[in-house]
Design a protein around this ligand. Sequence first.
Ligand code: PLP
Length: 410
Amino acid sequence: MTRINENYLKLKASYLFSDIAKRVTAFQEANPEKSIIKLGIGDVTEPLPAACREAFHNAIDEMGTREGFHGYGPEQGYEFLRKAIALNDFQARGADIDPDEIFVSDGAKCDSGNFQEIFADDIKIAIPDPVYPVYVDTNVMAGRTGANIDDRYEGFVYLEATPENGYIPAIPEEKVDLIYLCFPNNPTGATATKEQLKMWVDYAKDCDALILFDAAYVAFIRDESLPRSIYEIEGAKEVAIEFRSFSKNAGFTGTRCAYTVVPKDLKAVDESGTEHSVHALWNRRHCTKFNGVSYPVQKAAEAIYSQEGKKEIRSLTDFYLENAKVVRSAVEALGFSCVGGDNSPYIWVNANRPSWDFFDVLLNEAGVVTTPGAGFGRCGENHIRISAFNSRSNIDEAMKRINHALTAKA
Ligand code: PLP
């Protein structure tokens, strides 16, 4: 029989969302009259902006004409979108990124998961804990780790984000080759300052490492002093790849469009020490395994950068941030310390007790579903993540119920 890739057997079964679903179903069966409010998942709830819908419709109509029909497009994305991205997301902030350093794709999940493919099997990888699980599992699948023991894979260097370090991991003592960073962070909602990112860029330069920087939540940053892109840091173009997504700013979770920035200055070496362009390698990989995002979707994404689109994106993200503020102040008023929610849609609550216990209290006493931090890594224990992606009425009702459940218990 055909043999499997046994690295898949090392993957820790992801029980997180199925365990949550099981507990929610059990609660609902025992309490059919009670409504449940879900503040657990990272999917958005508000509809697509009008500017995007209009561009989407127009592009579909164009596709219905002989002159406006588009077949296979450039794998890297249409020039109109790559130019709009480079201009608005980077050049406008003083980051010197060219349109041809941008690769449009169907998701930051795929890109952040696939990027590791172009590197050697035996490189040393630094992974945050807690973490967006895609970075971990894709490297396990590729055979870069040993077994999972006590929630840790052998072979990774873990970057611990804890209450003690304000949930910003410290630079590792040892040399690594590839570093995953995510700011604003999922799941903690923590953000990194320019000084903190500079330390990472300097460290990467010192040890000839590369940084995979996931900025999927950048549209939620409101603090003017915080960097939006790693390329605002001097020297980052020589050491960093950046992932962005239209999922959370423009509601594209179901529409699918994202991009990855791979500067032409980035270099990596082969076994003999000869340098190779990371841009050329990723271009080869992308063109071989990906066939482009559809024309109407790229037109809809381009509309995000129109005057109307920018306004709508701002009000969408403002709306979720207002939800986040409601959550954070309600939870803080109950005496919990939190991070996130100010420049991020996630609030990371220090529950001071096992995360599944707190999850159960909130489900059973308040009918509110959150995400237990333990599902994101060992350092997530004793925390829960609350997502601000919901309607205002659900957020208000959920906080009222949590307040009632926890104060009634006290
Ligand atoms: N990166 C992070 C940190 C995320 O939390 C998510 C989705 O939740 C993604 C990437 C996925 O983005 P996309 O919808 O573009 O695949």
